[in-house]
Design a protein around this ligand. Structure first.
Ligand SMILES: Nc1ncnc2c1ncn2[C@@H]1O[C@H](COP(=O)(O)OP(=O)(O)OP(=O)(O)O)[C@@H](O)[C@H]1O
Ligand SMILES: [Mg+2]
Length: 347
């Protein structure tokens, strides 16, 4: 009988152990010993599983033979792992079997979802609160004041625009996340993409007194990719460079082909966007591509940013099997380089 239990447990891919009617552990597979320790056979379960919630559950199952679910937390010194433990009586074998299912990733996903909802709500609430405040003012104190009314309507338009951009970026992010695993198939002329972004953003550059330079190879550069998405990437980077690096007065977009990129281990194309503005402090660099992350939140909120641009950029580059490199020194400006494989089917 004991051998049969051992065989069943060994066949299961998760930590599993069995407790008999005398409350002792009679069998455990190697996943279970890795989780709770060696030398389990013959030990009382209370001395091994020292967590009150789980111990109570097991006692109850031993008492009335009804299946139950409990929890077990472990820590390997680096991170916490949460297990969902099912305790069920196997009448023929006369044991209670405990199976430990690692549910940490579910918990993490839940936490990420809650954070995301909290962030979105907060981002929407700020402009909404401003709008509601101005509506109240327009109904009350500023009712007869034409000059104030115009000024408030301008601000309201700005805030509504911000909400609109935020919703647009959220939709774009969810679309990009949705097709992240679908490989692009069409050929894209990157030289055209870069020139067209430069044309589109010329008015913004002019308004902020920034000279926008394009440095393109003298032959067209093409690769397999999604033209609209790559346009979105370059637009985002150049827009950031103009907005946040305006004080440098100049932004350079450069397209280069390389015979072999070390990180890709393949031929690649670099699109780099350089500005000469205030730069980004090193502490911010690793987090810039997180959703809603802004290096200088007050100033950048004033500039209309939602903090989603680089998160979208990152997803699109992942879809193209590329890399994003960010280099910056405070006071010297910043360079964002998109590294794309010439043929994404070979990396
Ligand atoms: N060239 C740059 N110079 C200095 N800071 C930058 C530069 N590019 C990005 N940043 C910082 O990185 C943050 C994140 O940029 P991102 O494009 O993700 O968001 P955003 O520009 O605030 O909003 P969105 O692009 O959605 O309108 C910015 O808020 C800014 O603080
Ligand atoms: Mg941006």
């Amino acid at each position: 009988m004991a051998e049969a239990i051992d065989e069943v447990l060994a066949a299961l891919p998760m930590p599993v152990l069995a407790i008999d009617g005398s409350e002792r552990i009679v069998a455990a597979n190697k996943e279970a010993t890795a989780l709770v320790g060696q030398g389990l056979a013959g030990r009382h379960y209370v001395t091994i599983l020292r967590q009150p919630q789980l111990i109570e559950t097991i006692a109850a199952v031993l008492q009335d033979s009804q299946p139950r679910v409990s929890q077990y937390l472990s820590n390997d010194g680096i991170e916490d792992t949460t297990y969902r433990v099912t305790a069920r009586v196997l009448p023929n074998l006369r044991v209670v079997m405990l199976a430990f299912q690692d549910v940490s990733h579910l918990e993490q996903a839940g936490q990420m979802r809650r954070d995301f909802v909290a962030n979105v709500s907060h981002e929407l609430r700020t402009p909404l609160t401003a709008l509601m405040g101005f509506i109240e003012t327009l109904r009350g104190p500023a009712r007869e004041d034409a000059a104030a009314r115009d000024r408030f309507l301008d601000i309201m338009q700005g805030e509504a625009g911000r909400m609109n951009r935020l919703v647009g970026d959220l939709l774009s992010l969810s679309r990009v996340e949705g097709d992240q695993r679908v490989r692009p198939r069409k050929s894209v002329n990157l030289s055209d993409v870069v020139s067209s972004v430069a044309r589109t953003l010329a008015p913004l550059a002019k308004d902020t007194s920034v000279v926008l330079d394009c440095d393109l190879p003298d032959h067209p550069v093409s690769l397999i990719g999604d033209a609209d998405q790559l346009m979105q990437v370059v637009t985002n980077l150049v827009e950031n460079a103009i907005k946040y690096g305006a004080s440098g007065g100049r932004v350079i977009i450069k397209l280069t082909e390389v015979a072999r990129d070390l990180s890709l281990r393949a031929p690649g194309v670099y699109i780099s966007v350089t500005d000469f503005g205030p730069g980004i402090a090193p502490v911010h660099l690793p987090r810039l591509t997180e959703r809603f992350y802004r290096a200088d939140s007050h100033r950048n909120r004033a500039l209309g940013g939602t903090g989603l641009g680089l998160a979208i950029v990152k997803h699109i580059i992942n879809r193209h099997r590329g890399r994003l490199r960010i280099e910056s020194e405070l006071g010297q400006g910043a360079t964002f380089t998109v590294v794309l494989p010439l043929d994404l089917n070979t990396v």
